[in-house]
Ligand binder design. Sequence first.
Ligand code: FAE
Length: 528
Amino acid sequence: MIALQTAATAGLTRIGLQSDHAAEPDAVDSAPAIVVGSGYGGAVAALRLGQAGIRTLVLEMGRLWNTPGSDGKIFCSTAAPDQRSMWFRNRTEAPLASFLWLDVVNKDITPYPGALDRVHFDNMSVYVGRGVGGGSLVNGGMAVTPLQSYFTEQFPTVDASEMYNTYFPRARSMLGVNTVDPTWFESTEWYQFARTSRKAAANTGLKTTFVPNVYDFDYMQREAAGTATRSALGQEVIYGNNYGKRSLDKTYLASALGTGNVTINTLEKVKAVSRAGDGSWTLTADRIDNTGAVVETKQYSCTYLFLGGGSLGTTELLVRARDTGALPALNSSVGAGWGTNGNTMLGRANHIWDTTGANQSTMPVMGIDDWANTDNPVFAEIAPLPIGFETWVSLYLAITKNPERASFTYDSSTGSVKLGWSAAQSAVSVAMAKKLFDRINSANATIYRYDLFGSSSKIFADDFCYHPLGGCVLGKATDNYGRVKGYSKLYVTDGSLVPGSIGVNPFVTITALAERTMARVLVEDTAP
Ligand code: FAE
């Protein structure tokens, strides 16, 4: 077992590897509370349980990322991906598959429990983070609070004023959200790409807005000045950042371990959940090694079970539990209400005089905000293409108000779940993104790039998303606080609660909702 603990004091910023020995005699196999997964939902649950004095075990299928490789770095860069990049692959599967139609982006790698996974379903593949910190290890750090009006539309039963006065501020403060210095932004070569996209938007009469981030912008400025080791300015992002980013292992999870009540077991994938006769929860987990081989199948038991495996992980566990008969009282909303947050990626080709810069920060700080356009609401993140030379490409991750939703079903022949998302459902996002970017191209006399998403001259990446949301929607599969309907002492705290769309990048919302759940549950459900 790999057990992780901080040193004695609370509030540490690092997690230390305590032991990599085989199971110790006193290994924890039961705890009052178990949390599955260590992304945003899991990390909030772990911290608040630990602070309440409840002994808590977190089970995470990915690694703890704290040990440097032979190059002295913990994570590899997008420019030189190696085994650390992706979850058990022979070759990387980057979002941008090609450049000038050439297969120059992806590289052969050795299978290993790397930081980024791309989970394939029939018409959609979903990028997720693997490791202690989940998606926070690999994401772009954009920390956006949704428009209150859209939040209310999506969560009509949640008290929005409480969210905007208490839980969103709490989440932002705990996550270490900060903003780029606008003066530096205007002058630095590292954000030329964003300024060029802003100009194209302005020419179209569109509004752009600065977007907060959890990357430490003081650190980034030191990177630019040459006084700090480069990370965001060193092509590090989707395979992890070695410096600068306040990922969950440096915030919530470090504090959780600092309570002394929380333990994290890594490389352990929970595959089944059931309820014992005495009402306690039983979990079965496979412990894997670095080759992916199952080296042990473990049993755990707990009184309170918190599911933070993300939209895919949590939904899969509950759909399987219901449809195998392990938890037959789970309702038919479990597995339903899933969406991509309307994600579509695309690139535009700028004029030769509108350069985007050879040097680009990997952390986006600006978006085109056309959400108020009721005909075609879109929020488009201005994304970097940090490949080290001038490309004249403006890249975007469009978040469209796609109303399409899909469901997961259990496949008894494989024991896994299938996602019923269709190509036609992606086409809705594409049409909305196209409507906006046709306007931008027309106003600027520019065209789309056809060479970025494989050899098929695809303009819009309609086959992957970064923002999987839903599957156990708040108020449907659960009560208004994430308590799973049909069972007591079973909770969902992650992106599965969000009904398929939130209009902006989702992790601040996921964190704030988890804070709200924990505040309620710790008062009402765990009192002696
Ligand atoms: P998540 O962070 O995915 O954590 C789930 C954890 O559970 C993972 O560590 C899993 O390995 C683990 N797990 C799953 N199943 C099991 C199991 N059966 N047993 C044990 N462990 C399990 O969930 N969002 C933003 O707001 N801003 C951004 O800039 C942004 N950029 C992104 C860029 C990329 C490349 C990607 C992939 C995502 C991005 N996102 C961004 C999305 C964001 O990371 C995502 O919404 C959250 O991470 C979801 O949080 P959850 O707590 O739901």
